[in-house]
Design a protein around this ligand. Structure first.
Ligand code: KG4
Ligand code: ZN
Length: 357
C-alpha cells in the first residue's frame, strides 16, 4: 500500500511517499528559514510560506519516489494539533487531492505521527512490540504515552507548562544562540561542562502526606513534567554571570550553561521514563519528537535501559525523522488504513487543539 502524506502543522512544509508504513520512497521537508530572525515561529508568515512551498514540495516528493498520482493508494494529512493557518494549507491540499483522484483520505494526529516514526525503515520483525511506553518530546509536546496495541493511546504523563523543546528554544534565545534552539544548545553543550552549574531536576511528585492514623504515606511518583523552574534557574544564572546584563557571556560560559541545562532537561525526561517503565512494564520503549534527535538524551536512556532493564527493546527514529516530517504521518496512516479509519474529504477540517484519543 502506497500512501502520500502531507504535514504542515507548524513551520515545515513536508510531503512523503511511503510504502507499507515503513519503506520511505521519498520524504521532502522544506524548513522555513523566515522565522530565525524572529527567534520563534510567526504563524502568519508560516501559513503564507506553506502556500508558496506546497506544490513544489508535492512535485518533488512524487518525482523522487518515481511514481505518479494514480499509483497512490491513499492520501494522509495532519489534522492537528498545530497552527491553524498552517494546518489549513495541508488539509485543503489533501482534501482536494483525495476528491479529485478519488482516493481514500486519512486524518492523523501530529503526535501519533511522531510515535509512528519508529516504524519507518523497519521490517515487521524488528518493529516495536506492544505493550510499549513512548516518550514524545517536541517543541509543542512532552508526553509519556502507554500503548497496549496499535492506535490505542493512553497519556500517562504530560508537561504542566512548557514543552521540553520549547525550553531548549527559550534557553537558546536567552543565550543568544538563535532558533530552533535544540540543535544549537546541543552543539554548545558538547564543548561545555555539565556540572558547571546546578540546575533543578523538577519533580512534581507531591510531598508525603499522613494517613488517618498519622503514618507518613509515600505519594505515587509523578510522571508529569515541568520546565518553568528550570528555565527560571537558567535566567537567574545568566543574570548573575552577566552582572544583570552589564557584561556579555563568554563562549565558555555559554558552553557550560548549555551543557548544564541539557543535563537537567534530559535527566528529568529519563527519570520519568524510568518511572513509567516500572509502573507499566512495557516490552518496548520508544523515543520520538524533535528533542529525540538530542544525542545526550538518546544515550542517557540507552544507559538507563542497559543498566537496569536490559531485556527491554529500545527504539528511536533516525535523526532526520525525529523533527517534523510527512513520512511519519504516512507511517501512522498505514495503521489507520489497516483499521479502515478513513475520513470524508468533504467534511474534514483542521483542528488546532486536536486531542490524542
Ligand atoms: O517535533 P518538532 O520538529 O516540532 C514540534 O512538533 O514541535 O520539534 C521541534 C523541537 C524544537 O523545539 C527544537 O529545538 C527541538 O525539537 N530539537 C532539539 C534537537 N533538535 C530539535 N532539542 C534538543 N536537541 C536537539 N538535537
Ligand atoms: Zn512535531
Amino acid at each position: 500500500m502506497i500512501i502520500l502524506a502531507i504535514e504542515t502543522s507548524c513551520d515545515d512544509t513536508s510531503v512523503a511517499v511511503v510504502q507499507d508504513g515503513s519503506l520511505v520512497l521519498s520524504s521532502i521537508v522544506s524548513s522555513q528559514m523566515e522565522h530565525s530572525q524572529f527567534g520563534g515561529v510567526v504563524p502568519e508568515v508560516a501559513a503564507r510560506a506553506h502556500v508558496a512551498n506546497m506544490i513544489p514540495v508535492l512535485d518533488e516528493a512524487l518525482r523522487t519516489a518515481g511514481i505518479t498520482m494514480d499509483q497512490i493508494d491513499s492520501v494522509a494529512v495532519t489534522k492537528g494539533p498545530g497552527l491553524i493557518g498552517s494546518l489549513i494549507v495541508g488539509v485543503n491540499t489533501a482534501r482536494t487531492l483525495a476528491k479529485q483522484l478519488d482516493k481514500p483520505l486519512i486524518a492523523i494526529h501530529h503526535t501519533e505521527g511522531h510515535i509512528y516514526a519508529n516504524w519507518l525503515h523497519k521490517a515487521n520483525s524488528e518493529a516495536p512490540q506492544f505493550p510499549l511506553v513512548c516518550l514524545t518530546v517536541s517543541g509543542g509536546h512532552t508526553n509519556l504515552i502507554f500503548m497496549k496495541d496499535h492506535l490505542d493511546y493512553q497519556i500517562i504523563g504530560e508537561t504542566q507548562d512548557d514543552a521540553a523543546g520549547e525550553a531548549f528554544d527559550k534557553v537558546a534565545k536567552l543565550l543568544g544562540l538563535g532558533y530552533p534552539g535544540g540543535p544549537l544548545i546541543s552543539n554548545q553543550a558538547e564543548k561545555g561542562h555539565a556540572e558547571a552549574f546546578t540546575f533543578p531536576r523538577v519533580d512534581l511528585t507531591a510531598k508525603p502526606a499522613r494517613d488517618e492514623i498519622g503514618f507518613l504515606v509515600d505519594p505515587e511518583q509523578s510522571l508529569d513534567f515541568s520546565y518553568s523552574g528550570l528555565k527560571t534557574a537558567v535566567l537567574r544564572t545568566v543574570k548573575e554571570e552577566t552582572g544583570n546584563g552589564e557584561r556579555k557571556l563568554t563562549q565558555s560560559q555559554i558552553n557550560d550553561i548549555s551543557a548544564s541545562f541539557e543535563a537537567a532537561a534530559t535527566d528529568m525526561l529519563t527519570r520519568n521514563l524510568e518511572r513509567a517503565i516500572v509502573k507499566y512494564k512495557p516490552r518496548s520503549v520508544l523515543l520520538s519528537g524533535g528533542v529525540a534527535a538530542n544525542r545526550t538524551l538518546r544515550n542517557k536512556i540507552a544507559t538507563m535501559l542497559g543498566e537496569s532493564y536490559p531485556k527491554l527493546k529500545y527504539f528511536y527514529p533516525e535523526i532526520n525523522c525525529c523533527t517534523d516530517n510527512a513520512a511519519m504521518i504516512a507511517a501512522a496512516a498505514h495503521f489507520h488504513a489497516m483499521a479502515d479509519n478513513y475520513t470524508d474529504p468533504i467534511t474534514l477540517v483542521p483542528d488546532p487543539n486536536l486531542k490524542l484519543t
